[in-house]
Design a binder for this molecule. Structure first.
Ligand code: EPU
Length: 342
């Protein structure tokens, strides 16, 4: 493992934004990770772990040792009558993992097909799509504590998973590097197909026998139809979270904007569609200085040829301000923003 200085990060983030890392290491094993942590201590630099860079915004140069996780490996820990436990190295590609599990007859991840990024990054935002969240499959998360190299194991409960949320965005933010995740998958081909777009797909294609493989194919097809492939048009997926509001606020919005899609949550609060609000404000398809809002999905900011994270943040803040003015709702940026005086 070599530590380089001034490494260009444009090829390491799916938004293709320009930034340099004060120090950079690509690690392929736990030993290399430990060496990188030791190096950061020697240099007096904070550590910024990254996977495929699919959920980050580089708004400026990074005053840290950027550690790209390239560890690989999937281990079957235990196989029972109806389930299997796997340990997946942080650097494994998420979509490749989903495809592999399906080939083995291990079910539960098919709704999460085609999500860019690595397995190790997945718990941080508790990736979720088409009615399923990663949380439903995670048993444990393994990590190294940056301060003292201690191995830590977090139980499912200790991960404090929520909608696009986990302990890694709060108490453990910048404190640990995730090294592997343990998943519990089913050997029984049960499927989750309640999500409206998914149910609609099966009805339209007259598919009556819905297998996990059919769910995988449907999710891949739906995603390809409305979400841009980051290798073609650089993006970081949904740029804002869907806001979750209390009942009184939800009622105010129901009266003022009866068409605003809303999804009651188990705790009584209500999730609102950020894409719909951004769309209503007229942003969908807008292009400006090489940046823009995707023409098929208003929640996705895209880079058509700019390289400025700073400009992207200007656009994002303008979008959020217009939603606030029109709907009185504050949008929260979903990807982690780095390089702003960090
Ligand atoms: N909509 C619009 N205009 C648009 C796009 C969507 O009005 O341009 C409306 C749709 O008609 C629908 C509603 O917004 O009524 C929801 O749209 P969609 O089903 O596409 O889901 P989303 O809430 O916008 C979330 C996730 C996606 C995930 C999909 C499917 C967040 C922040 N985003 O999007 O996740 O793929 O559901 O489950 O929760 C990501 O996180 O990067 C991501 C792509």
């Amino acid at each position: 493992m070599t530590v380089t200085t001034g490494e260009a990060l444009r090829g390491y983030n799916t938004l293709a934004l320009r930034a340099r890392a004060q120090a950079f290491a690509n690690v392929h094993s736990e030993q290399e990770l430990l060496a990188a942590l030791a190096c950061a201590r020697t240099l007096g630099l904070p550590v910024m772990p990254m996977g495929e860079g699919s959920n980050i915004v580089l708004a400026g140069d990074i005053q840290a040792l950027v550690v790209r996780q390239s560890t690989r490996g999937i281990e079957v820990l235990e196989r029972d009558v109806d389930c299997v436990r796997l340990r997946v190295a942080a650097g494994e590609s998420w979509h490749d993992l989903v495809r592999w599990t399906l080939q083995q007859g291990y079910y539960g991840l098919e709704n999460l097909a085609l999500i860019p990024g690595t397995a190790g990054a997945a718990p941080i935002q508790n990736i979720g799509a088409y009615g399923v969240e990663l949380a439903s499959s995670v048993q444990q998360v393994h990590a190294l504590r940056i301060a003292d190299d201690q191995r830590v194991v977090l139980s499912h409960q200790e991960c404090e998973f929520g909608y696009r949320d986990s302990v890694f965005k709060h108490r453990l933010r910048d404190k640990v590097v995730i090294t592997s995740i343990d998943l519990r998958l089913s050997l029984l081909p049960a499927v989750t197909v309640d999500y409206p777009a998914l149910a609609q797909y099966f009805a339209q294609h007259a598919i009556s026998e819905v297998t996990p493989e059919a769910v995988f194919d449907a999710v891949v097809s739906i995603r390809r139809s409305k979400l841009p492939d980051p290798s073609v048009i650089p993006n970081a997926g949904s740029f804002f979270k869907n806001p979750v509001v209390g009942q009184a606020e939800a009622e105010r919005l129901r009266v003022a904007h009866p068409d605003l899609p809303n999804y009651p949550q188990p705790d009584g609060r209500v999730k609102l569609s950020a894409a719909w609000m951004i769309d209503q404000c007229g942003w969908k398809g807008v292009r400006r200085d090489g940046l823009g809002v995707h023409a098929q999905h208003a929640l996705v900011l895209v880079n058509y040829g700019s390289d400025s994270g700073e400009q992207l943040m200007v656009l994002a803040n303008e979008i959020a301000a217009s939603v606030d003015t029109t709907f009185g709702v504050r949008l929260e940026i979903e990807p982690r923003v780095y390089g702003t005086g960090r």
